[in-house]
Structure formats: C-alpha cells, structure tokens
Design a protein around this ligand. Structure first.
Ligand code: GAP
Length: 672
C-alpha cells in the first residue's frame, strides 16, 4: 500500500502518519484492507478538532443552521428516490489478464503498437485430433498445420468453406468441432496487447501466451491477426498493456441485509453520503427548530462507497466521513415576487478570483433577503474558503473548478469544487497545479426534496405568508411571467424524472398544480450544498503542515528534522508541558500542576523523558504549537521569575517567559 516511488513527499507523509500515530492501515496485522484507514492517537485528536471546528462554524456560530445526526442505514426507498440505486455508479473495467479493476475514466491515455490475436491452439492436441478424426490423414495436412500454426483456425475454417477435397473438408469440420469442444486445445477468444514505444514486441506475445494459458491452452500457437498503431487509448492496462474489458457501470453502494433473513425485501445500503438523511428529515427539523427558509441543516458522519480504485492514501477511501450542509433557499421566482428582483452574484464575495485581483469583491457580504441561488452559491463558496483559511490552508494552496455543463448532475445548476494542491496533484504542461477536490459546493435546485415528495407521498414544500401576501399585489403580467417560469421548471423536473407509466398530461397537471401552489404561498425550497470530506481535509492539513529542515553540526554531520506546522486550532496537542528535569520532585510537582491547570481546556501532553531538545523535537513532529517548560526559575531561583514558565514556539523556536496565571488565557487566545 505504499505510495508510488515517484512521489517522495507522499511517501514521507504516509511514513510519518504511521510512525507518529496519525493514520494506520486498517486491519494491518492481517495484511490490511484496501481503502480503509484507522486514525491513531494524534489522528483521532486532529480529526475531532476539524469536525468540531466545522460544526462550530456551521451551526453554533450561526442563527440559520440547525444540526442533525441521522443513522447510517436508512430505508432503501431513500436511495431509490435520490437516484443512487439507479445511477450512483462509476464506469469500471477489468484487465483481461490480471483481473485488476480500473475506473475507466481514470486510465491514463497511452500510445503504442497494438498486437491483436484471434485465438490460440495447442498444436499437439490438434495433431492428435486429426489422427483421431481420420485414421490416415494426408501428411501434408499435419505439415501445413504445423508450419502455419499461428493461422490454424483460419486454415481449418478455409478448408471447411472452400476446400474442394471432401476428405479434407470432413477432417477440418471434425477437427474444429473437437477443438471447440475441448477447452484445453484451443481458445477462440480475441485478445490484444499494447506495446509502448521502446518496449520489445516479444513482450506482447508473452502477455498473450499468459492470457491463453489461463484459458487452458498451455503451449500456445497464437493467431496474430492485426498490428496497429494507436494514440491516446484508454483500452489497455497501463501496467502490462493487456486489453481491458469494455467499461460497465458499477454501483458504489455497499449492500447489506436488515433482519435475520437475507432476502430482497431486507436489502439496505450503507449511506454513500450524509445529505439524503437531511432531505428526508427536512420537515421534522423545520418544524422543531423554528427555522424559516432560508436556513440550513448540517450533519457530520460516516459515508461508504465501494470505490473501484481507492488511491492516494486516504484521498479516495471506501469508508470516510463527510461534513455536509444543505442550505434551503427560496426559488428565484419567490424572491422576485416578494422583493421585485433577485440580487446579482456580483453583489456577493467572489472566492474564485485569484489572490490580489479584484480584492474588494472578495470581501464576503452579509446575506440579504433578496439573494437568489447564484448569490447564495457564491456566498457559500466564500464562506468555505474562509473556513479553510482559518485553519491554516491559505488561498494559494487552494484552487477552484467550476463544473462544466457536461460535468454537472442533471438537476444541478452549478457546482464549484474547492481544490487543494496535494503532493500527488497533477501539473499541467506549464507546470501549474490545479489541485484535487476537497469540497464541492453545488446548487442542487429543488430536485432532492421533490424526489422525496414523489417517492414518499409526503409534502416537502413550505408555506410562506410573505409570498402569499406579495403575490396578490403583483401586476397580472408579472404574476403570469413568474407562474410560467415556475411551471416550466417544475415541468422540466417532472419530465426528466417521469416514471414509464406517467403521461405528458399527468406531468402538465402536476406542474400546473405546483405553479398554482406558488400563487398561494407554497413552494419547494431549493438547496445549496457545501459538502466536504473530513479525511481529505486531514490529509490536506498534514501535507500543508509538513516541513523539513536539515542542520549540519560542527563536525559536518547533518540531521533532517520534521516539523508539522499545524494551525494551533487543529493541532492534536496544543501544548507540551515539561519539567526541565524529571528527578527533581519540586519541578515535577509544579509541572503537573500546570498540566492540570490546562487540561480541562485543551489537549496537553506531559513529557518528562529525555533531554529537553529531544522532547521539543518530538512535539515538533506531532505538530504541537507550544511547549511549556517548568524550570528552576519557575520555583523562584531568580525571585523575579517565580511562577513563570518558558513558552517555546514550534515554528521558529522562539522562547519567552510568561506568568503561569496568564498561561491559560494566552493559549486559549491562540487555539480558538
Ligand atoms: N452530497 C454530495 C456529495 O456527496 P461528493 O462530491 O460525492 O458529493 C463530497 O462528496 C465530498 O466528500 C468530496 O468533496 C470529498 O471531500 C468527500 N469524498 C467523496 N468521496 C470520497 C472518498 N471516496 N474518499 C474520501 N472522501 C470522499
């Protein structure tokens, strides 16, 4: 499971994570299980801090977001309504030789020469069969087969179709029949191998022989049918050149059974996202939290996807955690009816602008009642970037990808991915790194609530008195225009998701009812969804914080030390507390008192083992931002320094003296 050799930084990170107890391979003592990771003592603290910070920023710091903690296994109807049962799949293909599975859309395009075979036969068996089929075969028949072994099928076929000699024809028919009936004698399966430039063509033959050997033709005579030059093909295994199967959809949901019987009725799924529980509980939360649209529901929790190719350490795992917010907003038609017009996106912050450009526009604005979906979408992109900045990921380490219409889910109006420049992120031709997805912020229209309304039969819409009152005051022309727009949107949605037995008339009737509802103050809220992965964020934070320094001493001996420069907010240990010497009871007693003073407020680590320099180095590697040392001055050796400690700053080694009475406030001001 080691990272590829060509990524030394990733290798160092993976090794540090294991060595210092951030991340371990799951089930390591049994050889591991691909795509599953455990968080060790430091990793567990780091993860907890990240989730706490997200929860704090998204719920407790806001009036307009409520929290939810739903179950992982839910009614399978939820996944039918959401579309996951039918469409949550990746295109997958297998290597025809090794059976290794690939995601078809992630295969690197390759160029080279493709050798294609039409099949293979085991010559010895063929001879045997010819003898058996005819006690006295013409010698030249065997000779021809032997000489032309690679084309034996073609020749036999030709004999069957064209040979004037009835005897040869009969032999050929019989031999073909026998060969086909006996898997150990022949395989007619076609197979191809791509040979990259600079590689010997024999390698293709070797791979093909292995392929046919697996089919029982141990000593193969290959029927080479074609040699062809190809460019940028994704049809071959990048590791051995063997042909891949055609891509086919592979559903990513893990299936299980609820109840004692493993039957169709008991099938359930481990949730592939936390979002759907939020939609399913929308009405309950709305009614119990006294929220009104616009408002959001936040959830942090496990998600499971049977990824075809888990990779890049924890980046693509099969079990991971998400931090998702579903922020429900009024449809634009409602905003227009109430406020006359919808605010433009330019009125909000622009997180996607490069640093230094158009700076004033990047200042986030306070949400306004007349914001439509575009403004809310921009706002949430900016909010999320600010969150990342607040935990140490500067804008320079991030990137943005605005999904193109072809990439967007059919119900989504926009999706901006926030990227992080991971050590494994690819460079373009100019050497620029765009990054890989950390979080997606999607404008999901009213698709999800509409689907759950249709599948459950329970109303998911809301009533808005302000809309009802405003509608009556609109000029007729405006009413007609808004009615028509809402009707068109609903019809569009209903048409795209129609069941096979639904007629256009039924769809029109439903769309009319929905648009009529609007005139009475009813609508289905739209959604903006910032959806972040905890594990990807942990990996980004570690990669971002990883720093090495090499020092050479007077004797010319050099040593490389690692410092993990976590932002104090996320650091697993906030302060190391150290008595200068462990064999001086007064120092130990004082140090333990300092530890106990800090402990209720933050995670501290008491360390009295080894030289103070080694202890600092250990904390540097754990990412601890501060070390507090209790020395003889603390005990009053210099009376003016009584009850003071040394604070050592991780990132520059600076030290300063601080009163113990001021220590807690000092540390709290840094870690909050
Ligand atoms: N509800 C929307 C949703 O789930 P997504 O883009 O599939 O959207 C959201 O996932 C986030 O979850 C991603 O941006 C990523 O951070 C994280 N994520 C998705 N699949 C993951 C995987 N296999 N391993 C780790 N994190 C993953």
């Amino acid at each position: 499971m080691a990272e590829p050799k060509e990524n030394p930084l990733m290798e160092k990170i993976v090794s540090l994570c294991k060595r210092r107890g951030f991340i371990f391979q799951s089930s390591e003592i049994y050889g591991g299980i691909n795509g599953f990771w455990d968080y060790g003592p430091l990793g567990a603290e780091l993860k907890r801090n990240v989730k706490e910070l997200w929860w704090h920023a998204m719920t407790r710091q806001r009036d307009d977001v409520a929290g939810l903690e739903a179950t992982i296994i839910m009614s399978p109807q939820i996944w039918k309504a959401s579309g996951h049962v039918d469409t949550f799949s990746d295109p997958m293909c297998d290597c025809l030789l090794t059976k290794k599975r690939f995601r078809a859309d992630q295969i690197e395009p390759q160029s080279g020469i493709v050798y294609s075979w039409g099949g293979a036969v085991k010559l010895g068996k063929v001879e045997e069969k010819i003898h058996k089929a005819n006690d006295n075969p013409p010698d030249n028949q065997i000779e021809t087969i032997r000489a032309n072994a690679n084309r034996v099928f073609v020749r036999l076929q030709r004999d069957v179709e064209q040979n004037e000699n009835q005897n040869s024809k009969t032999i050929a028919i019989e031999v073909l029949r026998l060969i086909r009936a006996d898997k150990s004698a022949a395989s007619e399966e076609s197979f191809s191998v791509l040979v990259a430039p600079g590689k010997p063509p024999e390698s293709a033959r070797k791979i093909a022989s292995q392929f046919y050997a697996q089919r029982g033709v141990e000593v193969t005579h290959l029927q080479l049918e074609q040699i062809e030059k190809v460019e940028n093909s994704t049809r071959f295994n990048p590791e051995n050149g063997a042909l891949l199967t055609e891509p086919r959809p592979f559903n990513l949901m893990f299936k299980t059974y609820v109840g004692p019987v493993e039957s169709e009725e008991g099938i359930a799924y481990l949730r592939p996202e936390t979002a759907q529980a939020i939609f399913a509980q929308f009405k309950n939360v709305l009614e119990t939290s006294r929220q009104r649209v616009p408002f959001g529901i936040a959830q942090v929790g496990k998600a499971f996807r049977n990824e075809v190719t888990p990779r890049n350490f924890t980046f693509r795992s099969r079990e991971f955690e998400q931090m998702e917010l579903e922020f429900f907003i009024k449809p634009d038609e409602v905003i227009e009816a109430i406020y006359g017009s919808v605010a433009s996106a330019a009125e909000t912050g622009r997180a996607d602008l490069p640093v230094g450009q158009d700076a004033p526009q990047r200042v986030p604005t306070t949400p306004q009642p007349n914001w439509g979906w575009q403004a809310w979408h921009q706002y949430w992109v900016e909010e999320r970037v600010r969150f990342y900045e607040g935990i140490g990921l500067s804008r320079e380490t991030l990137g943005f990808h605005h999904q193109t219409p072809a990439e967007l889910a059919h119900y989504a109006r926009a999706c901006t991915d926030i990227l992080f420049k991971f050590p494994f992120s690819k460079k373009d031709e100019q050497g620029n790194v765009a990054g890989d997805e950390l979080e997606g912020i999607a404008a999901r229209s009213d698709f999800d609530l509409s689907q759950h309304q249709r599948f459950s039969g329970k109303p998911m819409g809301v009533f808005d008195e302000e809309l009802r009152a405003a509608w009556g005051k609109l000029p007729e022309e405006k009413q007609k225009e808004l009615w028509k727009r809402y009707y068109d949107n609903r019809k569009n949605y209903l048409t795209k998701t129609a069941k096979p037995d639904e007629t256009p008339e039924q769809i029109q009737k439903q769309a009319t009812a929905d648009a009529d509802g609007l005139t009475k103050g009813q609508y289905i809220p739209h959604v903006i969804e910032p959806s972040a992965g905890v594990d990807r964020l942990i990996l980004a934070l570690i990669a971002n914080a990883y720093s090495e320094a090499t020092k050479t001493d007077d004797k010319g001996k050099s040593e490389t030390t690692v410092t993990i420069k976590f932002h104090p907010r996320v650091a697993p240990i906030k302060a190391g507390v150290m008595p200068l010497l462990k064999n001086k009871p007064e120092l130990v007693k004082k140090a333990q008192a300092v530890r106990d003073l800090l402990r209720p407020w933050m995670n501290v680590f008491y360390d009295d083992g080894g030289s103070i320099g080694r202890r600092y180095a250990r904390q540097d590697e754990a990412g601890t931002p501060f070390c507090v040392t209790i020395d003889f001055d603390t005990l009053g050796e210099k009376p003016e320094l009584l009850d003071t400690v040394t604070i050592r700053y991780r990132d520059d080694g600076r030290q300063e003296r601080l009163k113990i009475s001021e220590l807690l406030d000092f540390l709290l001001s840094k870690i909050r």
